[in-house]
Design a protein around this ligand. Structure first.
Ligand code: FE2
Length: 293
């Protein structure tokens, strides 16, 4: 990991607008998880549609996995902190997602895939984020990439903060994935005792952090582990600044809003009801993932 010499200036850091605890739920064939970014926050956090957090050392909570299921109209980004998950999809992609790795899947016009644990004990921990596609890209050809831990760009600051840049860029370091339409920024940030960190962000990007170890302060507000903080969009805000009294870990996610209608029905996210009816009908008739658009 390279050490940068200094952080880019942030003069007007964002403040916390709202703290969110999320809701315990289960998905797939009975995987227990916490849905932190729920449907009622989709407009506020446009272009992000969902954030699920899973963390358990009890195989009963994860062993059933996510058998074959469809997606259309958006991207899924799975970041594994601990554990092993096998992915197979209708576009012929297969991969093993392991600790510290990311799987970025663009469902586009349609993918049917399974995500199944490849472990019978131990900890399974990570995140699945759903990132919307703009209307003109919702029916594009599916795309998929596994990014192993060693291939995710990372840097350390002189103060000993380490940052993994999954998407976008931060303090001059470009991430593993770049997207033009939504300009997503996805960082995993580890702060040591007394650690301070800042990174510029466009004021118009919607942004949130989710703390998964310890606690951090943003503008005097304390965000504890298991909480998401939605950050304000003050027009003069030029970035984010974090402080940690004790060691802490969090993800920072930000993106450029699409400002298009969002119509979701389960695993399909389109712009109109008619497009949802079409997705359901395509899936039922067995050609959701057909090559012809
Ligand atoms: Fe899925």
């Amino acid at each position: 990991m390279n050490t940068i010499t200094r952080l880019d200036a942030v003069n007007q850091p964002r403040t916390v607008e709202q703290l969110v605890a999320g809701v315990a739920t289960s998905d797939g064939a009975g995987v227990r998880l916490t849905r932190v970014l729920t449907q009622d926050l989709q407009q506020r956090l446009d272009p992000f549609l969902m954030l699920d957090v899973f963390s358990s050392d009890d195989p009963d909570d994860y062993i059933a996995g996510f058998p074959d299921h469809p997606h259309r109209g958006f991207e899924t980004v799975t970041y594994m902190l601990a554990g092993r998950m096998r992915h197979r999809d209708s576009a012929g992609h297969e991969g093993l997602l392991q600790s510290g790795g990311v799987q970025w899947m663009t469902a586009g016009r349609g993918v049917i895939h399974s995500e199944l644990p490849e472990q019978e004990s131990g900890v399974m921990e990570g995140f699945q984020l759903w990132l919307n596609l703009p209307a003109q890209h919702k029916m594009i050809t599916p795309w998929y990439r596994d990014i192993p831990a060693a291939k995710i760009p990372a840097y350390a600051t002189p103060e000993g903060v380490s940052v993994r840049v999954i998407a976008g860029s931060s303090n001059g370091v470009s991430g593993a994935v770049v997207r033009d339409a939504t300009e997503p920024v996805y960082l995993d940030i580890h702060l040591p005792t007394g650690g301070q960190f800042s990174t510029p962000l466009p004021a118009t990007h919607n942004a949130f952090v989710y703390v998964y170890r310890g606690k951090v302060q943003i503008g005097g507000r304390i965000i504890s582990a298991g909480r998401m903080a939605i950050l304000g969009n003050a027009p003069d805000a030029d970035g984010i600044r974090l402080d940690a009294a004790d060691p802490a870990r969090l993800i920072l996610v930000a993106g450029k809003p699409l400002r298009e209608p969002i119509v979701q029905y389960g695993p399909f996210v389109m712009n109109t009801k008619e497009e949802i009816y079409q997705a359901i009908s395509d899936f039922r008739e067995g050609h959701l993932a057909d090559a012809a658009a």
